[in-house]
Design a binder for this molecule. Structure first.
Ligand SMILES: [Zn+2]
Length: 283
């Protein structure tokens, strides 16, 4: 934040635009890719536009072509169109050469939408410092792959100890490059992401909303992320061998997400939060 606006409270509503078969817990080769959940992407656009909110869209590169008209329109309206890898492979599962190739392929595809510097979010928040350095060197504007949650088996702890904290626990800076951390809150000794995604569906609403209210009272910045499948009305037939627990995690409370997001948006508005895109916050 610039001087004089340190007290301004900001929130970013973002969506990781990916298909259901990109999810780490499904074996993609066994998924029916002809079934799309991108109706959930349209629902997201409708929802944020209803509240006049400009958002950040992290797109899986291989989907850009199929939705390029919609993305161009969103970009022309001032939304932030950023990248979420080429095909949703976790960076830490790739070697350096593969990671650079993945990044460059996505950047090349993004030229169909815009040629500006853009932001990056790693699939499953699985970025390490070496790869963050590649992101910085490649000229990205910001990253939003850091989550302070050691409890999750897939998330990595991204070392940004040499970054300057701009907004505590939320926004960090190194020479103009920004890192936006996913919002978490300590509860019963655990870091609980109160930043949307599956947590918005799975944590019982009375607990989620209590933690959320506590968070926005004590913090100046809030990040929310969601996925198309969570807003999609499609019934997905998952691969036969999918476990009960995975199916539960995938489907539980999907139909409640829209309503819950609206409640969060209204609470943020009521508490004086201003909605921004990540790109706007880099200025
Ligand atoms: Zn993702």
């Amino acid at each position: 934040m610039e001087k004089g606006s340190a007290k301004k409270k900001t929130a970013v509503i973002s969506i990781d635009v990916e298909e259901w078969y990109h999810l780490e817990y499904f074996d993609r080769s066994k998924c029916d890719e002809s079934v799309s959940v991108l109706d959930g992407f349209d629902s997201f656009v409708e929802l944020v536009e209803k509240y006049g909110i400009k958002s950040t869209y992290f797109i899986v590169g291989e989907l850009i072509d199929s939705i390029q008209d919609k993305l161009k329109k969103l970009h022309s309206k001032g939304n932030d169109i950023a990248l979420h890898s080429w095909s949703h492979k976790r960076p830490v599962s790739l070697n350096e050469g593969e990671f650079i190739q993945d990044m460059n392929r996505s950047l090349e595809e993004m030229k169909k939408i815009h040629s500006e510097k853009c932001g990056y979010r790693a699939p499953c928040f699985s970025l390490n410092r070496d790869y963050l350095n590649q992101i910085i060197n490649e000229g990205f504007l910001y990253d939003s792959s850091r989550i302070n949650q050691e409890e999750h088996p897939l998330y990595t702890s991204l070392d940004i100890s040499d970054f300057k904290s701009v907004v505590p626990n939320s926004i960090y800076d190194k020479g103009g490059f920004k890192e936006f951390e996913v919002s978490t809150i300590k509860f019963l000794g655990l870091s609980i992401p109160i930043s949307g995604g599956g947590y918005l569906r799975i944590i019982p609403w009375p607990i989620y909303s209590m933690l959320f209210k506590r968070y926005i009272k004590n913090n100046d910045h809030y990040n929310l992320f969601i996925h198309p499948f969570e807003l999609s009305s499609k019934k997905i037939t998952t691969p036969k061998e999918t476990s009960f627990l995975t199916n539960f995690r995938f489907n539980y409370n999907r139909r409640k997400v829209k309503r819950r997001m609206e409640k969060l948006i209204l609470l943020l508005k009521k508490n004086g939060f201003e909605f921004k895109t990540f790109k706007e916050l880099t200025r």
